[in-house]
Design a protein around this ligand. Structure first.
Ligand code: PRP
Ligand code: URA
Length: 208
C-alpha cells in the first residue's frame, strides 16, 4: 500500500486546473495549497487519538484529541515549499525541516544542497511534501536522509506522480505511505511527467 492515489472529485478537478499552462503563478500556488489540504485529510486518517475531558457550556464531556503533536513537516525544496502553508494551517505547532534537492538536468539524479532537520526524529511524525514524484530519485533520497536522523513514522504527500516514481518508492521504502492526487501515464525523455504540469518549482515561483 505504500503509494495511495487519493481518487476524489475535488482533488481531480483542482489538479486538472493546475495542469493548465495559462494559469498565473498566484493561482497555481492557491491550488497547490487547496489540494495539499485535501490530501492531508486522507493522509492523516490513521493518526492515533486519545480520550480526554472537556467542559462544554452544557456539561463535562469525554472527547478525543490527537495523541501526539510532534509533527515535522518536511518540504523538498523548492517546490515543496508551496505545500507548507497549508500544512501549517492544519498543524500549527509543527516543526518545519528543509531538504534542498535539485535534479541534475543531464543525469536527472538529485543533488543535496541544503539539509536543516531536527537532530533527532525518532518519536516524531514526519510528513514529507513535494508536488512531483517523477523518477522518485528525490523523494527516495530525502527518505534516506530523514531515516538517518532516526525517523520511523513517515508519510509523504505529492500532487502528481509517474509509475516509475511509484515503483522506485515501493522498492526503496516499502515502509512509507505516499499519498498522491494523480498517477499520470509516463515520463518523457527528460524525465518530466506526462501529461504532468511542467516544472512545478518554476510554475509556482514564476521563474519560467
Ligand atoms: C522537482 C520536484 C521534485 C523532483 C521530482 O524538483 O519538485 O523534487 O523534481 O523529480 P524526481 O522524482 O525525478 O527526483 P526540481 O529538481 O525540479 O527542483 P526545484 O523544486 O528546485 O525546481
Ligand atoms: N520535476 C517537475 O517539476 N516536473 C516534472 O514533471 C518532473 C520533475
Amino acid at each position: 500500500m505504500p503509494v495511495v492515489v487519493v481518487d476524489h472529485p475535488l482533488i481531480t478537478h483542482k489538479i486538472s486546473i493546475l495542469r493548465d499552462k495559462t494559469i498565473s503563478a498566484g493561482k497555481f500556488r492557491d491550488l497547490v495549497a487547496e489540494i495539499t489540504m485535501l490530501l492531508t485529510y486522507e493522509a492523516t486518517r490513521d493518526l492515533p487519538m486519545s480520550e480526554t475531558e472537556v467542559e462544554t457550556p452544557l456539561c463535562r464531556a469525554r472527547v478525543k484529541t490527537l495523541s501526539k503533536d510532534d509533527f515535522v513537516i518536511t518540504p523538498i525544496l523548492r517546490a515543496g515549499l508551496g505545500m507548507v502553508p497549508a500544512m501549517l494551517s492544519i498543524f500549527p505547532v509543527a516543526k518545519v525541516a528543509h531538504i534542498g534537492l535539485e535534479r541534475d538536468e543531464e543525469t536527472t539524479l538529485p543533488r543535496t544542497y541544503y539539509f536543516n532537520v531536527p537532530p533527532e526524529l525518532e518519536g516524531c511524525t514526519v510528513i514529507l511534501v513535494d508536488p512531483m514524484l517523477a523518477t522518485g530519485g528525490s523523494l527516495s533520497a530525502a527518505l534516506d536522509l530523514i531515516k538517518e536522523r532516526g525517523a520511523k513514522s513517515i508519510k509523504a504527500i505529492c500532487l502528481i506522480g509517474a509509475p516509475e516514481g511509484r515503483d522506485r518508492i515501493e522498492r526503496d521504502h516499502p515502509d512509507v505511505s505516499v499519498y498522491i492526487g494523480a498517477m499520470d501515464e509516463r515520463l518523457n525523455e527528460r524525465a518530466y511527467i506526462v501529461p504532468g504540469l511542467g516544472d512545478a518549482g518554476d510554475r509556482m515561483f514564476g521563474t519560467l
